[in-house]
Design a protein around this ligand. Structure first.
Ligand code: ZN
Length: 197
């Protein structure tokens, strides 16, 4: 999902990290020194303690500054031939993203310097990311279980707002919140194995 400026900022930040701390970022991307952890096609032979130690090299505050963490497994060469089921057309995705950006421009039209959900300060988050009870309860449970920081909480809300915008829905629902939480893969990975379920 290409969400908004927040996603772009996250990618830029990640690129800077890659260039400055190449091996740490590359390993963290895959979760272990051999780089195969979580890959469905290649076996990781690292000891669990080594995987945990490797992941711990990227600190929580650093992860909190990245909006979306998702595993992207290598695509088998055979799948690159284009014979698989067709995905959604880029033009349709573009139209949806442009509509969501339009909603955001309207939302912040009276606020100089704010053009998208990514630019929201805590004040705008409180105003535009209001959750009805079921969504609020879901998020509070996830925060307690994942141990999310206030910064990560705010990022989940902004991403959930963007997901709702992409769906053209005014209210952030539990579906949007749970999708945003799903994009915090490395927060979930930091949980001790017993809680990871
Ligand atoms: Zn490994």
């Amino acid at each position: 999902m290409v969400a908004d400026g927040a996603k772009h900022a996250g990618i830029c930040f990640w690129k800077r990290l890659l260039s400055s701390q190449g091996d740490i970022a590359k390993g963290e991307r895959n979760g272990c020194p051999c780089g195969h952890f979580g890959d469905p096609l290649r076996a990781c032979r690292c000891e669990p303690a080594l995987v945990e130690r490797y992941r711990a090299r990227v600190s929580g505050p650093l992860l909190d500054r990245i909006d979306i963490h998702l595993p992207i497994p290598a695509v088998p060469a055979g799948d690159l031939s284009g014979n698989g089921a067709p995905g959604e057309k880029s033009a349709a995705i573009r139209a949806r993203v442009e509509a969501a950006r339009g909603l955001q421009r309207e939302r912040f039209v009276a606020q100089p310097g704010i053009h998208s959900n990514a630019h929201m300060t805590p004040r705008e988050v409180r105003r535009y990311c209001l959750l009805a009870q079921p969504a609020e309860t879901l998020l509070r449970q996830a925060i307690a279980k994942l141990g999310l920081s206030a910064r990560a909480y705010s990022r989940v809300l902004k991403v959930a707002r963007t997901i709702a915008d992409l769906a053209g829905v005014p209210e952030i629902t539990p579906v949007h919140v749970s999708e945003a939480i799903q994009y915090r893969v490395l927060d979930r990975a930091r949980l001790p194995p017993v809680i990871r379920a």
